[in-house]
Design a protein around this ligand. Structure first.
Ligand SMILES: C[S@@+](CC[C@H](N)C(=O)[O-])C[C@H]1O[C@@H](n2cnc3c(N)ncnc32)[C@H](O)[C@@H]1O
Length: 431
């Protein structure tokens, strides 16, 4: 049997390879429910040029940030709305994102969008696009949050936070680095031309290939949002203590704990994600004991002096870096996640030595995955109490909640480039 020749995506209309990649990425996220990062390898397979790959990712990310508003524009130019999953709608979203966000000239937008529509309604697509280009269609100042999230966050945090979330969604966030050696903060901030908001943290101002920056090869830093670095910073332990990083992969917090001298056991149920923990540890020249296990079925041999539980959650707090989280169906259904979080919390409390420290964190903006989960834990366990987080332990500009925990929200540190949405509570077990 003869095989169809492999298609050369790089030998077509200029810019088309990237747009085909963007289309496959968006189909994977919006129709198959795969996170953007997971979809990348498959969707960009066969696209060789790094700039085409980068453009495909930028277009897909732009569409995901501005999806609601791009659809409003498309619907304003058709009498009968195109189905949500129609190829023509996807092609129009990509074409408009290229034009309105990346400045692709109209003739290139029309040529590539019509090619992408392949087998779909070309005349209709052409008519919609021509009308929007002729009328000089614009996007609003900030994206509209996808259905559900605007209302949910308005109820939980109020209008100011919702407006800040919309601004954050429309902005590609700066890259944050965590340093292996916090004593070298000033050195690396200067060498990398970045800004430090906390010891051991550098926020990069310039863009570019991270692997080419000073310090990458030698393992002086890794990429981690400032918010994501706070849970490990707040855990109480001493160098040499046995610390359990429960739900550890891909390992940002494992690296922090190992770099500060703890004897870390990094446990996660996902073998593929644990491979990334091992790779990250190796690049950084750090060590930890890696355990691949379901924490709900596993038992430790000895209690731990400190446990970090960075629990699986909706991840709605990291929408700035991962705008796909706002469109993945699974992230909207909190129930199964809430049940796992509660069970993991109980396991962590049971495995803690008397007087031990527990940090519970979620990268979520949903109170059910933070404040309410904490309240329920305190109500059902008399052996755990809050160990109050103080302002002195946090980067300047962040304030702990009077209840003793930390909640970071859109709008926090906005002038310095913002921070992901996290909930962090520190608890202590009765001695
Ligand atoms: C929020 S991520 C952890 C991120 C990680 N702490 C870091 O900083 O890189 C949650 C992790 O929980 C893991 N997980 C989910 N359910 C689990 C279970 N029952 N047992 C162990 N790990 C679990 C997932 O595989 C995922 O890697």
């Amino acid at each position: 049997m003869s095989r169809a020749p492999k298609r050369d995506w790089n030998a077509e209309v200029p810019g088309l390879a990237a747009r085909r990649g963007a289309l496959r990425l968006l189909t994977s996220v919006l129709q198959q429910g795969r996170p953007l990062d997971v979809a990348l390898a498959g969707a960009l397979n066969g696209i060789d040029r790094p700039d085409d790959r980068a453009l495909a990712r930028n277009l897909a990310s732009g569409v995901l940030r501005w999806l609601v508003d791009l659809d409003v524009l498309i619907d304003s130019a058709t009498e009968r709305a195109l189905p949500d999953d129609a190829r023509a709608r996807m092609a129009l979203r990509i074409g408009l994102a290229g034009h309105l966000l990346l400045g692709t000239p109209p003739h290139a937008v029309v040529a590539t969008t019509l090619e992408l529509t392949e087998g779909g309604p070309r005349r209709l697509t052409h008519a919609v696009l021509s009308r929007l280009l002729r009328e000089d269609a614009r996007l609003p100042d900030a994206p509209t949050l996808p259905a559900g999230y605007g209302l949910r966050w308005q109820k939980a945090w109020g209008d100011t936070v919702v407006a800040a979330a919309a601004r954050a969604l429309g902005t590609e966030p700066a890259t944050d680095l965590t340093l292996k050696d916090a004593a070298q903060t000033a050195h690396w901030a200067e060498t990398l031309g970045g800004k430090s908001l906390a010891p051991g943290h550098v926020r990069l101002v310039r863009k570019g290939a991270l692997a080419e920056l000073p310090g990458f090869e030698e393992g002086a830093w890794w990429v981690q949002d400032l918010g994501a670095s706070l849970p490990a910073r707040l855990l109480r332990y001493s160098a040499g203590d046995r610390v359990l990083d429960l739900c550890a992969a891909p390992g940002g917090k494992t690296l922090q704990l190992a770099a500060s001298g703890a004897k870390v056991m990094a446990l996660d149920t996902s073998d593929s994600r644990l491979e990334r923990v091992s790779e990250n540890l190796e690049r950084m020249g750090l060590t930890a004991e890696i355990v691949g296990a379901d924490a709900l079925a596993w038992r430790p041999e000895h209690p731990f002096g400190a446990i970090l539980l960075d629990a699986p959650c909706s991840a709605s707090g990291v929408f700035r870096r991962h705008p796909d989280v706002l469109h993945l169906k699974g992230s909207r259904d909190l129930k199964p996640l809430l049940a796992i979080q509660a069970q993991l919390l109980d396991r962590a409390c049971d495995w803690l030595a008397p007087g031990g420290s527990l940090v519970f964190s979620t990268c979520s903006l949903e109170p059910e995955e933070g404040e309410k989960q904490l309240a329920a834990l305190l109500a059902r366990r008399s052996d755990m109490t809050i160990d109050t987080i103080t302002a002195a332990e946090l980067p300047a500009g962040l304030t702990p909640n009077p209840g003793g925990w930390l909640r970071t929200l859109p709008g926090d540190l906005e002038d310095a480039g913002g921070i992901d949405g996290f909930f962090v509570a520190r608890l202590v077990k009765a001695a």
